[in-house]
Design a protein around this ligand. Structure first.
Ligand code: FAD
Length: 308
C-alpha cells in the first residue's frame, strides 16, 4: 500500500474542514458554490469563509456566509472576522450581523497590519487590540464556537515560538475553543509545535492547515510572506513540472495526501484544508487519502434541508 493512502481502519474517525474565500464577482461566485457542492461529498465537519482585513470583504463575506448556511446546506459555516483597522462598535455590529445571519462559529483574528504583511501593526484607536480581545468580545455575546489562528513556524511578527504560544494561550483564556494552523509542509514542525503547545497547558484541538499546492510560484510567494517554509524536497518534486500540468497535478495530489496520511499516523484526527475555492485538487487529495464520499443523494438532501 502506498503511503499516500490510509487503511480503512485508520481513516474511520478523521474529520475534514474546508476554507473558502468570498467571491469578488458573479463568475467567482458560481465557481465557489460549484466547489462547495463538489466537496460536500466529503461531508466536512464545518466550512469557513474568510474575511478581508479592515473589512474589505465585509459585504461579500456576509452574503457568502448567509448563502452557505441557508442555501448550500452548511449550518456549521464559520465566519472569519478580523478586528484590525476598525473601532469596537463597528466590529461588534458585524458580529451582530453574522449572528443574525445564523452564524454560530467564528474564526476570530486580528488581521494583517493595514500596510500589509510586514508593516508595523498599530491597534486601531478604540478598536480591539488583538485577536485575544476579539475572542473575549465574541465570547461575551454567547456560547459560540470560536476558532483562532496558530502558527507552527511562528507568526512573522513574533520574536520566537514561545511568544507565539503565549498569544495562543491568551486567546484560549479569552474563550477560544479550537486553533486552525497556518499551512505548513513539514510535519515535524507541527509535531514539535504541538508538543510545546500542550506543555504550555493548552488543551483545545489544534487543527493542521493543509494547502495542496496548485501553483508552486504562487504558494512560494505566499509562504515567504507569512513565514512558512516549503522544504527543498517538495520544491524539487514540483519545480520541473511547470510545463506538464497533468504530472504537476498528480504530484501535488501525492504531496498533500502523503502529508495528511503521515499526520494521521502521528495521531492527528482533524484536517483544515485551504481550498482556494477550487475542488479538483482537493477532491483528488481526499480521494487518494481514502476519505469516503457521501452518496449524491445525501448531498442533495443536505441542500434541500437548508432550503426548507
Ligand atoms: P494574533 O493571534 O493577535 O497575533 C498573531 C501573532 O503575532 C501572535 O501569535 C504573536 O506571535 C504576534 N503578536 C501579536 N501581538 C503581539 C505583541 N503585542 N507582542 C509580541 N507578539 C505579538 N487574515 C485575514 O485578513 N482574513 C482571514 O480571514 C484570515 N484567516 C486566517 C485563518 C487562519 C487559520 C490563519 C492561520 C490566518 C488567517 N489570517 C486571516 C491571517 C491573519 O490575520 C494574520 O496572520 C495576522 O497577521 C495575525 O492575525 P492573528 O489573529 O493570528 O493575530
Amino acid at each position: 500500500m502506498p503511503i499516500h493512502t490510509l487503511y480503512p481502519a485508520e481513516r474511520g474517525n478523521l474529520r475534514l474542514s474546508f476554507e473558502y474565500f468570498p467571491p469578488k464577482n458573479d463568475e467567482m461566485e458560481t465557481q465557489l458554490f460549484q466547489t462547495v457542492e463538489n466537496l460536500a461529498a466529503f461531508n466536512p465537519a464545518f466550512v469557513t469563509m474568510t474575511y478581508g482585513a479592515g473589512g474589505s470583504t465585509k459585504a461579500r463575506s456576509l452574503t457568502a456566509v448567509r448563502r452557505m448556511i441557508h442555501e448550500a446546506g452548511f449550518p456549521n459555516t464559520a465566519a472569519h472576522l478580523t478586528c484590525v483597522g476598525a473601532a469596537k462598535d463597528d466590529v461588534d455590529a458585524i458580529v451582530s450581523e453574522f449572528i443574525d445571519g445564523g452564524v454560530r462559529h467564528f474564526v476570530a483574528l486580528r488581521g494583517d497590519p493595514q500596510g500589509g504583511i510586514g508593516a508595523r501593526y498599530e491597534p486601531f484607536p478604540g478598536g480591539y487590540e488583538n485577536a485575544a480581545a476579539l475572542v473575549a468580545a465574541i465570547r461575551g455575546r454567547g456560547d459560540f464556537e470560536i476558532s483562532v489562528s496558530a502558527y507552527p513556524e511562528k507568526h512573522p511578527e513574533s520574536p520566537d515560538v514561545a511568544t507565539d504560544i503565549d498569544m495562543l494561550k491568551r486567546k484560549v483564556d479569552s474563550g477560544a475553543t479550537r486553533a486552525l494552523t497556518q499551512f505548513f509542509f513539514d510535519n515535524n514542525d507541527f509535531e514539535r509545535y504541538l508538543e510545546r503547545v500542550r506543555r504550555a497547558g493548552i488543551t483545545i484541538p489544534v487543527v493542521p492547515g493543509i494547502l495542496p499546492i496548485n501553483n508552486l510560484t504562487q504558494v512560494s510567494k505566499f509562504a515567504g510572506l507569512c513565514g512558512a517554509r516549503i522544504p527543498e524536497v517538495v520544491v524539487a518534486r514540483l519545480a520541473h513540472l511547470d510545463e506538464s500540468p497533468e504530472e504537476r497535478f498528480k504530484e501535488a495530489t501525492h504531496i498533500a495526501a502523503e502529508q495528511i496520511v503521515d499526520l494521521a499516523r502521528r495521531g492527528v484526527r482533524d484536517f483544515h484544508v485551504y481550498t482556494m475555492n477550487r475542488s479538483p485538487l482537493v477532491a483528488a487529495v481526499c480521494d487518494l487519502v481514502g476519505f469516503e464520499r457521501a452518496a449524491p443523494a445525501a448531498a442533495a438532501s443536505r441542500a434541500a434541508g437548508a432550503a426548507a
